[in-house]
Design a binder for this molecule. Structure first.
Ligand SMILES: Cc1cc2nc3c(=O)[nH]c(=O)nc-3n(C[C@H](O)[C@H](O)[C@H](O)COP(=O)(O)OP(=O)(O)OC[C@H]3O[C@@H](n4cnc5c(N)ncnc54)[C@H](O)[C@@H]3O)c2cc1C
Length: 390
């Protein structure tokens, strides 16, 4: 086992999760560098990852959290998803995916990112072999014969056999590694907020394809929904500027009739939907993960779930390895993850596009798509299994 620590740059959802998984799968020591302060236990952290959003965690992600001993803590502050209800504005065609049909207790759960951060960071701080350097920032890297020298803005210098870039879509580490990235600006933004409801949501998540873009209502504890409402940037700007009564009326008119009535909206925040894809994910002694590797459209809540499957495979491949930075080892990891990444990235890119196109032929085929999903349990089941990360 190597004596030098594995170094992760970025202590967001991906970096924090990876540090824990690497330890679980045999890594001797890990250093996590995060540019924002990470505080515990007084207050849940507020960083670019652990912010006001909520995340739908698939059954597969929950199983990984269970293995880390964290599943219960997450479930205590999460709402289960029993059914996903998919519909299209003012059209026929509706499908439901249900836990019962899949033979599982839940399709997944929805948790607020702040709580997810609180649980992950609690576990990080509880492991003496994980050193958290926050706030501190990567200020430069230098290639050594058997790894990288990593300089931090605090003035500290570390040496590592494996440098992991988990510093988000605009990753500096990726850039310094000489790995370029492709950006696709959708021209759309996502507005997120928490909503209070007049009645129980009964564990139903709603995914609604509107002419502007998809809208998701995800169940949260205490009779609330987490809203992800996407649309053209100028349109989202208007929704952000509206008074509460006006924006509630706009939103209510777009919600499926089956969903409980909305009674209030919390603080609104917006995220530009720029989809990023790294041109390579591994080079000798370095690997790129999370948003730094692939930033997806939030349409089906797949970004973090896909990342967790990557991180598990990476930890299993390099965690106990004597040569975690060997290109052969890293390439084996990349190859293992290629198919799943391609499928999910393409689906989350093309599904919103397909539903946006207004031509009658497309309108007809996407309607048929929803109807087919509803009529053919096998098709729906395959879709649900993939979304559950199973
Ligand atoms: C509106 C919205 C809703 C979503 N909903 C879901 C969902 O329901 N389910 C799901 O699976 N996914 C969802 N996602 C995707 C999910 O949020 C991402 O997969 C996740 O945020 C990726 O985390 P990350 O740690 O890779 O990147 P980030 O969250 O960007 O974190 C990067 C971290 O690196 C730090 N950093 C940056 N530069 C440096 C540096 N030089 N030195 C040190 N630290 C640095 C930053 O401060 C930050 O903490 C959603 C995304 C959006 C936008």
């Amino acid at each position: 086992m190597t004596q030098q620590p594995l170094v992760i740059v970025g202590g967001g959802m991906a970096g924090a999760m990876l540090a824990l998984l690497l330890r679980r799968h045999g890594a001797g020591s890990v250093v996590l560098v995060e540019s924002h302060p990470l505080t515990l236990p007084e207050a849940p952290p507020l960083t670019p990852s652990f912010d006001a959003r909520s995340t739908a965690l698939s059954a597969g992600t929950l199983a990984v959290l269970d293995d880390l001993g964290l599943g219960q803590a997450i479930r205590e502050h999460a709402a289960g998803i029993g059914t996903v209800h998919v519909s299209r504005q003012s059209r026929l065609g509706l499908t439901r995916m249900s836990a019962q049909e899949e033979g599982v207790d839940q399709l997944g759960v929805v948790v607020e990112n702040r709580w997810l951060g609180f649980v992950l960071l609690g576990a990080l701080f509880g492991d003496d072999a994980i050193t958290v350097r926050a706030p501190d920032t990567l200020s430069g890297i230098r290639r050594l014969e058997h790894g990288y020298q990593v300089s931090l803005s605090s003035g500290d210098v570390l040496e590592t056999p494996l440098l992991i870039a988990a510093d988000g879509a605009r990753s500096k580490t990726r850039e310094w590694l000489g790995i370029s990235a492709r950006d696709h600006d959708t021209g759309h933004d996502a507005l997120i907020a928490n909503l209070s409801l007049a009645g129980p949501h009964s564990g139903i998540a709603y995914e609604r394809f509107l002419n502007d873009g998809p809208l998701a209502l995800l169940p949260l504890p205490d009779q609330r929904f987490a809203l992800v409402w996407t649309g053209p940037r100028s349109q989202v700007e208007q929704w952000m500027a509206m008074g509460e009564a006006e924006v509630m009326a706009e939103l209510q008119s777009r919600c499926p009739a089956e969903a409980p009535r909305l009674t209030g909206i919390g603080e609104r925040q917006r995220y530009p939907l720029v989809l990023t894809e790294a041109c390579a994910q591994v080079v000798p002694h370095a690997v790129v993960v999370g948003n730094a590797a692939h930033t997806l459209h939030p349409v089906a809540g797949q970004g973090f779930n896909l990342t967790v499957r990557d991180l598990l495979a990476l930890a299993q491949t390099v965690g106990g390895s004597d040569q975690p930075g060997s290109l052969t080892t890293l390439q084996a990891y990349a190859q293992k993850r290629e198919k799943d990444q391609a499928l999910i990235s393409q689906a989350s890119r093309w599904v919103p596009e397909l539903f946006r196109v207004q031509q009658p032929l497309f309108a007809h085929s996407r309607q048929l798509g929803l109807v087919a999903l509803d009529i053919l349990p096998g098709l729906r089941s395959g879709f649900a299994k993939r979304a559950m990360g199973l």
